[in-house]
Every structure is written in structure tokens, then in C-alpha cells.
Design a binder for this molecule. Structure first.
Ligand code: SF4
Ligand code: SF4
Length: 196
């Protein structure tokens, strides 16, 4: 059996259709990391570089006119009460985001700290979530790390460095039933090839 899902676009800000209720008492404070690690189409900003409107650690200089995707964005630390203070992006050096209607959980890593996701307790949690994702057949979802445009897919049994994902490419996960149990493979495919 082969099941294929599309992993969608490089994670960018926007939480349409997902929980956006901020945990009581949580606030960004001096954290501005999403203004670096997330892509924002309206200001033509890719993942992993500071927005030209951000004064790092302080504020957005166009706050009252900031794009709608910035207005609606919250990282998972703001939304998920089980994530403790060590998951706050300015401390973790990455921001967790859910995209694709909840089918993709991505750690958007600060390229200045590109190994931050490998530290404890982060790595073991990413592996745990990847194992959970694999158990949801046929509704598997993607757990990955993005360092700029470079994607590393986290699977229960291995991590797969997919390199840079082009604007005309998407990630595809396939689950095959083998004698040893489900086996997940990941590949890059042209966006047009997934249109059917
Ligand atoms: S990464 Fe999260 S905590 Fe940090 S500024 Fe963005 S929304 Fe706020
Ligand atoms: S426009 Fe403002 S809120 Fe949006 S990414 Fe830039 S600095 Fe951050």
C-alpha cells in the first residue's frame, strides 16, 4: 500500500483554520524570532532572514500597518500550554509552527543557531512527534526542520536532509506497508506533478 500526501509550501506565517487562542499569560515580550525565521509574502521576506521592518528583540517599525499574516500569526509556544518556557523561541532559537491545516509541524530554526533543534529536550520531542505522526495512517503528517530554505524531515527511524526546497517543489511522504511494518519515504517532487 502506498499513501501519498503533499507537504505544501515552505512554512510561512499564517494559521488559517488552526487554533489561534493564546495561552493565558503568554506574550512575545522581547522575542521577535518569527520576524527572522518565518517567510512573509507581503514583505517579500524568505525564511531565515530578518525582516527589514524588525528591530530585533524590540519591535516592528510598521506595527500599525503590518501585513495581515503577521497580525494573525502565533507560534506554537504561544498557543500550546504544554510547551514550557524552554520552548520560547528566543530561548530555543527556533519557532514551532503548524501549517497545511495542521498536517505539518515545522521547527523554523534561526540559521545563526542551526543545530539548536538537536539539543535536549527538543530533539527527543521532535522524534516523539514524528513517531506519533507516523501512527496516524492514513492521515500521516510531516514533522520537519527548516533552516532558511533547507529542510530536514524528521522520521521515527531517521532524519532525512532534503536540502533546499525550490519554489516549484514540494515534499511528498509515502507510507509503504512492509513485512517489518509501515515504512515512510520522503521525496521532493515538482509542484505540477502533485496537481492531479
Ligand atoms: S516567535 Fe512566537 S513568541 Fe516569538 S515573537 Fe513570534 S509569536 Fe511571539
Ligand atoms: S512586518 Fe513587522 S511583524 Fe511582520 S515580519 Fe516584519 S517586523 Fe515582523
Amino acid at each position: 500500500m502506498t499513501i501519498t500526501i503533499r507537504a505544501g509550501d515552505i512554512a510561512s506565517v499564517g494559521t488559517t483554520g488552526l487554533n489561534t487562542r493564546v495561552v493565558a499569560g503568554r506574550e512575545c515580550g522581547s522575542c521577535t524570532l518569527c520576524c527572522k525565521v518565518a517567510a512573509v509574502e507581503e514583505v517579500r521576506k524568505p525564511n531565515g532572514v530578518w525582516c527589514s521592518h524588525c528591530v530585533a528583540g524590540k519591535r516592528c517599525t510598521i506595527y500599525d500597518q503590518r501585513p495581515s499574516s503577521c497580525r494573525s500569526f502565533y507560534c506554537q509556544w504561544m498557543l500550546e500550554k504544554t510547551l514550557g518556557p524552554e520552548w520560547k523561541p528566543e530561548r530555543a532559537k527556533f519557532a514551532l509552527v503548524k501549517t497545511d491545516g495542521g498536517h505539518r509541524l515545522t521547527a523554523l530554526v534561526d540559521p545563526g543557531f542551526s543545530s539548536a533543534w538537536r539539543r535536549s529536550p527538543y530533539y527527543e520531542n521532535l522524534k516523539h512527534w514524528a513517531a506519533e505522526a507516523a501512527r496516524r495512517l492514513p492521515d500521516i503528517y510531516l514533522v520537519d526542520v527548516l533552516i532558511g530554505q533547507r529542510s530536514i524531515v524528521i522520521l521515527p527511524d531517521r532524519d532525512v536532509d532534503m536540502g533546499v526546497i525550490g519554489h516549484d517543489e514540494v515534499l511528498r511522504l509515502e507510507s509503504r506497508t512492509t513485512a517489518a511494518g509501515p515504512m515512510i519515504e520522503v521525496s521532493k517532487v515538482k509542484r505540477m506533478a502533485t496537481a492531479a
